[in-house]
Design a protein around this ligand. Structure first.
Ligand code: KIV
Length: 266
């Protein structure tokens, strides 16, 4: 059991203290993130883009995710490890259970799935069987081909109403955390108040219960040179990576990151 558990994260939300999360894919960075005080390590399928060099997260397999979860587990002592179920690994409830079991057995403490209301059955079944689930809503990169690109979601009133309703339904189904990616800051704030479970944002403004960034982005590393608006390079002005990780934790805790310039309007 790590020092940080779901109960810790719930307590942070109740106290109004911001939760810190970063993506992490290996043992050395897991240790460095622990030293900096990052509370949640997300073994994200973004590894398909930043480690493997693909142009989307779709090629990533459950076996590859399990490998990286095991690497992170070896370097981690304190943080809660959240692992992505990759593309099509939870298309049915049976697949969701089988593949979540593989990630939990590799060392994850919680799994993340992308989508909306259709996830409710899988979330209920997983939670009943002891697997906490984070529901990733808004811009869901595994659906990039349906969404027509990496675009802000929930900008019109119908979409916003649906996202609010789905967030509440997924909490009722047993989701233990929500992650909102690229949604207008005001909508993310409303959803964060509407549910009791912690809500983590990326490109979702400063009012969510916590923040996450892709590790390589916040260290100023990019293959494509395209940096999303919501990213801040924490290496700027810092002597080394360890100091940049600590600066990220300090700025999220102080609610100075993200700034208004990192968010989206409706
Ligand atoms: O895979 C990932 O890194 C993610 C973040 C973008 C939140 O899901």
């Amino acid at each position: 059991m790590p020092a940080i558990t779901l109960t810790t994260l719930q307590g942070l939300k109740q106290k109004g203290e911001k939760i810190t999360m970063l993506t992490c894919y290996d043992a050395t960075f897991a240790h460095a993130c622990n030293e900096a005080g990052v509370e949640v390590l997300l073994v994200g399928d973004s590894l398909g883009m930043v480690l493997q060099g693909h142009d989307s997260t779709l090629p990533v397999t459950t076996a590859e995710m399990a490998y990286h979860v095991a690497c992170v587990k070896r370097g981690n002592s304190d943080a809660l490890i959240l692992a992505d179920l990759p593309f099509m690994a939870y298309a049915t409830t049976e697949q969701a259970m089988t593949n979540s079991a593989l990630l939990m057995q590799a060392g994850a403490h919680m799994v993340k799935v992308e989508g909306a209301l259709w996830l409710a059955d899988s979330i209920r079944l997983l939670a009943e069987r002891g697997i906490p689930v984070c529901a990733h809503m808004g811009l869901t990169p595994q659906s990039v081909n349906i969404l027509g690109g990496y675009k802000v979601q929930g900008r019109n009133e119908n979409q916003a109403r649906q996202m609010r309703a789905d967030a509440i339904s997924l909490e009722q189904a047993g989701a233990a955390m929500l992650l909102l990616e690229c949604v207008p800051s005001e909508l993310a704030e409303e959803i964060s108040h509407a549910v009791k479970i912690p809500v983590i944002g990326i490109g979702a403004g400063s009012a969510t219960d916590g923040q996450v960034l892709v590790l390589h982005d916040m260290l100023g590393l990019s293959i494509t040179g395209r940096v999303p608006k919501f990213v801040k390079n924490f290496m700027t002005g810092q002597p080394n990576i360890q100091a940049a990780l600590s600066a990220y934790v300090a700025e999220v805790k102080a609610a100075t990151f993200p700034g208004i310039e990192h968010g989206f309007s409706a």
